[in-house]
Design a protein around this ligand. Structure first.
Ligand SMILES: NC(=O)C1=CN([C@@H]2O[C@H](COP(=O)(O)OP(=O)(O)OC[C@H]3O[C@@H](n4cnc5c(N)ncnc54)[C@H](OP(=O)(O)O)[C@@H]3O)[C@@H](O)[C@H]2O)C=CC1
Ligand SMILES: O=C(O)[C@@H]1CCC=N1
Length: 273
């Protein structure tokens, strides 16, 4: 992989996930820098991954060939305004991981038609198990697309979308979705505790079941998900009783509604920011 000097502006959860994955895959730590207004997260990143850190976004900008815009969408306007005021942004490649902010809006904020790749990653990038959807328009060169793909592929799987709006679908299916699974596990753990298990035992059971189920899915690409489910479900047995309850209680409809809510919220953010 090309090892551009890469700066992360905003050293929160998502930057940490990507940086961790990058270091594990051998990216040169001296070519990664993170900036953040407060120091505790920076100190942790420096200690754990040996990367450079600063409290100055301008310093980060001057260091970098490529800049990951990793602040909350609501902070992006103010942060970019200061960046363009104090720095020459020509020759920079921007990678935005912000939900709900289109490339054109980011270019407005940065004050020029700079190359911006929109990325929708997720936090399992921390373990190299991320899923990132990406979009780039004609301002981004083939080389830069390849670089961004290499960066995100080093922390998980990547997919490119050709219509920018499809990034919102990626948010619903992959960016936000780890939280859906955590909620499901949380509900299961709580019920196992009510059934009398210790908290730790309840957690081990549900997490190992989910890990096993995820591995089954990944290792059986030729089988439909419904077939994997059928293999667990004995006729008239316990699984059928449980799964039919989930279906009768409207699980599938709830999941569909939740995913559509994520898309709607991304659209709403795009119109508000
Ligand atoms: N978390 C997730 O699963 C995903 C998040 N995203 C996107 O990633 C982006 C970051 O989210 P996430 O990491 O969760 O958020 P966090 O709140 O964890 O991180 C944001 C960081 O930005 C810092 N910050 C605030 N203002 C500035 C500024 N002016 N200059 C530099 N840094 C600043 C904050 O510092 P401090 O805390 O010190 O104020 C904080 O450390 C968002 O745009 C989100 O949409 C995308 C996909 C998944
Ligand atoms: O909740 C959010 O808005 C961000 C985007 C996807 C995951 N976290």
């Amino acid at each position: 992989m090309q090892q551009k000097k890469l700066a992360f502006i905003g050293a929160g959860n998502m930057s940490r996930s990507i940086i961790s994955g990058l270091i594990q895959s051998g990216y040169d730590q001296d070519r990664i820098l993170a900036s953040n207004p407060s120091t505790p997260k920076l100190d942790k990143l420096k200690e754990e991954f040996g990367i450079q850190t600063t409290q100055s976004n301008d310093e980060a900008c001057q260091f970098a060939d490529a800049i990951v815009l990793a602040v909350k969408p609501q902070m992006m306007g103010e942060m970019c305004a200061a960046l363009k005021e104090n720095n020459d942004l020509s020759d920079k490649l921007f990678l935005s991981i912000a939900a709900g902010l289109p490339v054109s809006r980011l270019q407005d904020m940065l004050g020029g038609e700079y190359p911006v790749v929109r990325i929708m990653p997720n936090t399992p990038s921390l373990l190299g198990k991320g899923m990132s959807g990406m979009y780039a328009d004609e301002h981004v060169s083939e080389d830069d697309r390849q670089y961004v793909d290499d960066v995100m592929a080093s922390v998980g799987k990547t997919v490119w979308v050709t219509k920018e709006d499809d990034i919102n679908g990626v948010i619903a299916a992959a960016g936000s979705s780890p939280a859906y699974f955590f909620l499901f596990l949380q509900a299961m753990q709580e019920e196992a505790i009510r059934m009398g298990f210790e908290k730790d035992a309840a957690r081990v059971m549900v997490q190992q079941a989910m890990l096993g189920a995820a591995e089954m899915v990944c290792h059986n690409q030729d089988l439909e998900l419904s077939e994997l489910r059928a293999q667990v479900t004995s006729k008239g047995g316990t699984t059928a009783a449980a799964v039919n309850t989930l279906i009768d209680e409207g699980l599938e409809d709830s999941v569909a509604k939740a995913m559509r809510a994520a898309v709607s919220r991304a659209e709403e953010m795009a119109s508000q920011l």
